[in-house]
Design a protein around this ligand. Structure first.
Ligand code: SIN
Ligand code: FE2
Length: 200
């Protein structure tokens, strides 16, 4: 495992070995059975290129009503619990005494991306956002805590964990592109990113 810090974001390359990645993949597969991926729409009505779901007490959703956390899937059911294997990752890297209340699931099919944004819909910024990458490599862009200015990019691979905490908690970040076919972890290909957060 290699640990590097870019603009305050701590990246653990190879945090999960292949078996660990498979455990998380299978646990998320179970979550998605009861909380299927959906196609989020921005408040302005633009369809996002990632598909989303969540686990935990809250899921982050976006639609015409805005960005927010909701205790239920858009179909009405409660979100499934955050799998233990992911809670363990949180305990190992977050440095936060509180457990995560949301594990957002982002699925990137070939061509999907995510524009630069801050994660700031949470009530408490003292705990970090912990991100786990599975499947295809993704080019992660890290900016500043205010909009604009220079950015730095790093490839995230399957099994990498990134922690946005402390001074980097509100840093702008996004995914420019993925490298389709770079991983064999997900049978259908693509990439899954899991971000755990304390919400309340
Ligand atoms: C996100 O910012 O929600 C996703 C980041 C990623 O896909 O690595
Ligand atoms: Fe984010």
């Amino acid at each position: 495992m290699t640990r590097l810090t870019i603009r305050g974001v701590v990246i653990y390359q190879g945090f999960l070995d292949r078996a660990g990645q498979e455990t998380v993949r299978d646990a998320i597969g179970d979550v998605l059975q009861s909380a299927p991926l959906f196609e989020p729409v921005t408040p302005r009505g633009k369809k996002m290129s990632v598909r989303m779901s969540a686990a935990g007490q809250y899921g982050w959703v976006t639609d015409r009503k805005g960005y927010r956390y909701e205790p239920q899937h858009p179909q009405g059911q409660a979100w499934p619990a955050i799998p233990n294997c992911l809670q363990e990752v949180w305990e190992q890297v977050s440095g936060c005494a509180r457990p995560p209340e949301c594990c957002l699931i982002n699925h990137y099919a070939a061509g999907a991306r995510m524009g630069l944004h801050q994660d700031r819909d949470e009530a408490d910024f003292t705990c970090p956002v912990v991100s786990v990458s599975l499947g295809d490599d993704a080019l992660f862009r890290i900016g500043n805590t205010t909009r604009g200015g220079p950015t730095q990019s790093v490839w995230l691979s399957s099994g990498d964990v990134a922690v946005m905490g402390g001074d980097a908690r509100l840093i702008y970040h996004g995914i420019d592109r993925t490298r389709a076919g770079s991983s064999t972890l997900l049978p259908q290909g693509g990439r899954i990113n899991l971000t755990m957060r304390v919400v309340t």
